[in-house]
Design a protein around this ligand. Structure first.
Ligand code: ADP
Ligand code: ZN
Length: 598
């Protein structure tokens, strides 16, 4: 019987069914049509070109900008018994020559290449000699000049279509916005392509956004719920990366730093360790993550505010690619906003760009302050309507609102009476009626507002202040060291014409072990299950012997299903998702052995 997309999915990949639009995309490309695929991270883009590559005559050429990613994808394909190779600068000449020969003589089904290599005269001549089944352009948003991942070589990829008009092309990206989408279509000359837009929801990711109070403690509390799991912690500066990684090591975590100031060797070593070993926590600047397709990252934490909702979504999207429950946690504070505003204003960009920078930051701060479902807010930012999710901090633990009109008036008056020349710290000291050197020097103890806020704590005042800034009643002037100033929007509040509802600061109860099952997704894990742990140990040893990341052998989800179902025969084992023929053959007996002992 000839193979069909579904039979290959079952037999080679060991998965029972296609997800979402995968089947339609595969059909389009198998039939020789072009496609543009917009799917979130973890959505399952790779299968969309891997299965057509297996079904069509010749070899698929996959353009991928990231060497590390290429190697892992090729390793994973080889594990499935698929003839796949890559060509990139990390190889020796002899190895590359061998791969080129196999490509031209038709022995390969998939060949991964970096864009700069693809456009060389040498490779172009190989393309003429070989039989190419399709071109897959991964991370297609790299063609967009406005995006942050622009790669000039991607612009040259439109030439592929001119030279090989009969070869279908499939471009894939996880970047959703309409401007980037339009740019991909024109720049890659994909006008006739079918466009597939998947939902950008990542239901297995739980979003949690907290106000910074004691960030160190908050982080440890968060990590307490993620012991032994792999995760990424983002910090804005190299120094903070180093300090955080050190602190976590002392607290007993396997934590590694990663930032642009480290030498290449150490960075590579850390990345490898993160990819290959279980339960490593990577503490990194934003330099880390692009092209990390480790499926079992269980959490992404932000210790500082990212620059935009897009950035936040991309970074948090690195969690839970395998569809298993994962968490995105962020701690943010007013200082983050002030620092970023200064950063934008002091930058070299033109005014129009600065305005965009501020608007993007506003949107993100809006998300942080949201008193309704985070996911609804996130998805609507990307133009998708949805219902409250039941799997974010707001849904699980709705914030209480209180009438903060009087508090707002007190705070605004204090800013006004002290001359709109002071930052948050001093203003709050005056409200609380403290006697500091600064208060004495400026005679602020004599003001009518001195001590009018003594009924509330410092923490409450900070939360009030932050919300007034975020809502535009106060602005922080960073040209004068963060002096607070009233805006026109403060007037009606001061005059009692407008009420101000504020979010109460989250009580420490957010610490409560709230590891509820997400409303959709795989449910709660019992990671203490000794059989699961034994399978993980077996997998680690096997992966080490082969020199590949653990997930290339079998995914966590597959190990969990094995642990839960305890198959006794190869036939029973074969029913589990994620075990194709080749893997059954290679590991079936060993896995059954672990199950029998466990
Ligand atoms: P993307 O490139 O879109 O981020 P991947 O192609 O890496 O996502 O797929 C994410 C994960 O989902 C992988 O572990 C992959 O094996 C798995 N996956 C993809 N399609 C299916 C499917 N139809 N059934 C089960 N698992 C799938
Ligand atoms: Zn929600």
């Amino acid at each position: 019987m000839p193979d069909t997309p579904l039979s290959l999915l079952n037999r080679i990949f060991g998965y029972p069914a296609f997800r979402g639009e995968q089947a339609a995309i595969v059909d389009t490309v198998v039939a020789g049509g072009d496609a543009l695929v917009l799917m979130p991270t973890g959505g399952g883009k790779s299968l969309c070109f891997q299965i057509p590559a297996l079904l069509r005559d010749g070899c698929a050429v996959v353009v991928s900008p990231l060497i590390a990613l290429m190697q892992d994808q090729v390793a994973a394909l080889k594990e499935l018994g698929i003839a796949a190779e890559f060509l990139n600068s990390s190889q020796e000449g002899a190895t590359a020559a061998q791969v080129e020969r196999e490509f031209v003589s038709g022995q390969l089904k998939l060949l991964y290449v970096a864009p700069e290599r693809l456009l060389t005269p040498r490779f172009q001549s190989l393309l003429e000699q070989a039989r190419v089944s399709l071109f897959a352009i991964d991370e297609a948003h790299c063609v967009s000049q406005w995006g942050h991942d622009f790669r000039p070589e991607y612009l040259g990829l439109s030439a592929l279509h001119e030279r090989f008009p009969a070869v279908p092309r499939i471009a894939l990206t996880a970047t959703a916005d309409t401007a980037t989408r339009a740019e991909i279509l024109t720049r890659l000359d994909l006008g006739a392509a079918r466009v597939f837009v998947a939902s950008f929801d990542r239901p297995n990711i739980r979003y949690r956004i907290a106000e910074k109070s004691d960030p160190r403690r908050q982080l440890l509390d968060f990590l307490d719920e993620h012991k032994g799991e792999a995760g990424i912690i983002y910090c804005s500066t190299r120094k903070k990366v180093e300090e955080t990684a050190d602190g976590l090591k002392q607290a007993g975590f396997t934590a590694l730093p990663y930032h642009g100031g480290m030498d290449n060797d150490t960075r590579r070593r850390h990345q490898e360790k993160f990819l290959r070993e279980d339960g490593v926590v990577m503490v990194a600047t934003l330099a880390f993550g692009m092209g990390i397709d480790k499926p079992d990252v269980r959490f992404v934490a932000h210790l500082d505010l990212p620059r935009s909702v897009e950035g936040y979504y991309q970074e948090t999207g690195r969690a839970g690619r395998d569809g298993e429950p994962a968490e995105a946690w962020m701690a943010w504070g007013l200082q983050d906003v002030v620092t970023q505003r200064r950063f934008i204003d002091e930058g070299e960009a033109e005014d129009a760009h600065k305005r965009i920078g501020h608007a993007k930051l506003d949107a993100l701060v809006g998300l942080c302050e949201a008193a309704s479902c985070r996911r609804v807010a996130l998805l609507s930012y990307f133009g998708e309507a949805s219902q409250p999710c039941g799997n974010c901090d707001v849904c699980l633990n709705p914030p209480t609102l209180w009438d903060g009109t009087e508090a707002a008036q007190k705070l605004l008056s204090t800013v006004y009476r002290t001359g709109q020349r002071f930052g948050a710290g001093h203003v709050i000291d005056v409200l609380l009626g403290k006697t500091t050197e600064k208060i004495e020097r400026f005679g602020h103890g004599q003001l009518s507002v001195f001590g009018i806020g003594a009924g509330q704590t410092d923490k409450v005042w900070r939360a009030v202040l932050r919300q007034l800034v975020v809502r535009g009643l106060l602005e922080v002037d960073h040209t004068t060291y963060g002096a607070l100033k009233l805006t026109a929007a403060a007037r009606p509040v001061l005059k009692g014409e407008e009420t101000v509802m504020l979010r109460a600061i989250a009580a420490a109860s957010s610490r409560r072990k709230s590891r509820l099952a997400p409303s959709s997704g795989a449910g709660v894990h019992d990671d203490e299950d000794p059989l699961f742990l034994a399978l993980r140990t077996w997998r680690r040893e096997t992966a080490n012997e082969k020199g590949v990341p653990a997930y290339v052998i079998l995914h966590d989800a597959t190990l969990r299903e094995i642990a839960a179902r305890r198959p006794a025969t190869l036939a029973e084992l074969g029913e589990i998702s994620g075990l194709g023929t080749k893997k059954l053959e290679a590991y079936g007996e060993a896995v059954l052995g672990v199950v029998a002992e466990g």
